[in-house]
Each structure stands twice: as C-alpha cells, then as structure tokens.
Ligand binder design. Structure first.
Ligand SMILES: [Zn+2]
Length: 333
C-alpha cells in the first residue's frame, strides 16, 4: 500500500524540477516501460519494481537470476547492488536501446513523462496520471485457461471453487489470474496476476479502484454471513473448505465503500483478516466503526502459526470458524 508521504509533490521537485524532469524524465508507467524494453519484472512492492538487471551480462558475464536490481516507481532511479549498474531512468533506457541520450529522452517523453512532470509541479500526485486508455473485455480473460490440477493442489484449492469465482491461469508464466469486477454489474475491470513459482504480483491495468469492489461479492448470497479476508485466493480456499460467503478486500485495509457494499447484502460478517499486526489493526478498526451496523464475529486462529486461512487445512478452518469470537477484545487478549 503506498503511503501519502511517499508521494512526490511540487515541493519535493523544487525550483530545478522542470529542468531535471526534462533532462532526466521518468515515464508515466515505469512497469509497462520495463516490459516494453524487454526487461523481466519479478514483482512490484510499495514503490519498488524488482526485476532482472540488464547490465549483468556485460558487467558480470552472466544473467541476473533476480533479487539484485530494482527501480523506484516515483523517482525512476534504478540500482543493481550486485554489478553496480545504477542511475536515473533515462540511463537505463539509453543502455538498453543503445541509441544515445537524446533518443532515450524522447522515448520516455513519448510515454507520459511530460504529463507526469507537469502534474508534479502543479502539486498533483503521480498516481493521478491517467493510464493510456485500455479497454478491458471478457475476451481478454479468454486468453487464460482453467487452473491446472497441480496448482490447485499446491494451494489446497478445489478446481470447481476456482471456476466458481472465475479464477484463471496463465499457462505461459504459471501465474494465477484473479478477475476484478464491478460489484453490481459484474463488468470486468481487470485482474490481478500472482506468481505460483515466483513472487510476481501485478495488477492489470495498474490502477483499478479495487477499494470500490470486493472479490467474491457477486457470489455472496442475500443474508449469507460474509467472511471477510484480505486475499482473493483465500476466498477460494474457504469455499474449498466448505465455507461459501468469502469476500476479499485486496489488502489489509477495508474501505467505507466495501463495507457499504456488504451492508446492502448482509448484516453478519465473520472478520478473518490476516493473523498479523496489520490484520489485527484492521480487525480492531472494524470493531470500532462497524459494530453498530453489523453483527461482527472474529476468526479464532487459536495457537496456529499461520498467516491466513490459505495456510490452514479444512479442519483448522472449521474449528477457527466454530470457535470465532463475538468481540474483538476476546480475539486479541
Ligand atoms: Zn546488475
């Protein structure tokens, strides 16, 4: 989750900002640019893109197998701590394209750089830059296939539960494809891509209003107890274990809009946020603000050393649900 304090504003850019922005531009969407440059992106976390260093072969005589090189999404600076290749984004483009600095500056400017610089100087936020319009349709999902048996087994998921929630699979990259839809119309907004054999994680398109919807909301029945979890695949895990009604809020924060959605359908929520500090904070926040509107219960992780329901077997899930707490204090005492 990006924090407001991480965002660059006009003040950070300073007086020399415009000149710097012109000489060392940063593209509107660095992830898309890396992909266009043929650089493998492993995952994106907070403000950092982790990927494969393109200078490794020249500097070290071997391919980067990951974990050394990152690009800061806000500043565009990149750095490889294994081979020492680093600098502003423009040096990366210059290196990979091999056509000089001027070509690299033009290339970046054609990809949303000027708009980004202007927005920063005007005090806007980088996140406000509109992505190039991408029209998402159901046909995009048709590129993906049914989740294979082995991947389901890895995560203890029933293939039928995957189907029930429309989860698909990219057979080239071995990535889970998790659809994100409009809560009411079901229109496809995009999807999350999650690696099974690597730590890849990405949203497509990059900026979806995930906080305005819930994974599993279309499947939630009227008056059914909603089981609120952080990650979509945990909804599938619950269904596999015999507990329908799972909904995922895509992270450790639950938005007002997401709670309003639930309020339209049910008055009972079993809170099953992750078994960690962030999950505890969220659970307490839900208790504080929403106890008057919903009948809330809190999943009992007991003494299990697990992060979330994705790590639990069917019996453990059943026990945790059966012994759930009606008060948040009982849960965390
Ligand atoms: Zn390197």
């Amino acid at each position: 989750m990006r924090r407001r304090s991480d965002r660059l504003t006009a003040m950070d850019v300073g007086k020399a900002g415009w000149n710097k922005a012109m000489q060392e531009p940063v593209p509107g969407n660095p992830v898309a640019c890396l992909e266009e440059l043929g650089i493998q992106v492993d995952y994106v976390r907070d403000d950092e893109i982790q990927g494969r260093c393109p200078a490794h072969p020249k500097n070290l005589g071997k391919l980067d197998r990951g974990g050394h090189w990152s690009v800061n999404i806000t500043t565009g600076d990149h750095n490889c701590f294994a081979c020492g290749f680093y600098g502003p984004f423009v040096t990366l483009v210059e290196y990979v394209r091999g056509r000089g600095r001027e070509d690299a500056v033009d290339w970046i400017n054609e990809r949303g750089s000027i708009e980004r610089a202007r927005l920063m100087l005007e005090g806007g936020y980088i996140e406000d830059i509109a992505e190039p319009e991408v029209e998402i349709t159901e046909a995009d999902m048709a590129l993906y296939v049914e989740v294979p048996e082995w991947a389901c087994q890895n995560r203890d998921l029933d293939p039928e539960s995957c189907d029930f929630y429309g989860v698909r699979w990219d057979e080239e990259t071995y990535h889970w494809i998790i659809p994100i839809r409009d809560p009411w119309t079901g229109k496809l907004w995009g999807w999350q891509e999650k690696g099974e054999e690597d730590r890849y994680f990405n949203n497509y398109p990059k900026h979806m209003q995930k906080s305005l919807t819930l994974f599993g909301f279309q499947q939630l029945q009227d008056d059914e107890t909603a089981i609120l979890v952080e990650s979509p695949l945990d909804v599938v895990r619950l269904h596999t274990a015999g507990f329908p009604g799972g909904v995922a809020c895509f992270g450790d924060r639950v938005s007002q809009e997401q709670m309003d959605l639930l309020n339209e359908v049910t008055s009972r929520i079993l809170v099953a946020m992750d078994n960690d500090d962030a999950g505890e904070r969220s659970s307490k926040m839900l208790h504080k603000h929403w106890s008057s509107r919903f009948r809330l219960r809190f999943l009992n992780y007991g003494r299990l050393d697990v992060k979330d329901v994705g790590d639990m077997d069917d019996e453990e899930i059943a026990e945790a649900v059966k012994t759930s707490f009606s008060g948040v204090l009982a849960r965390f005492d």
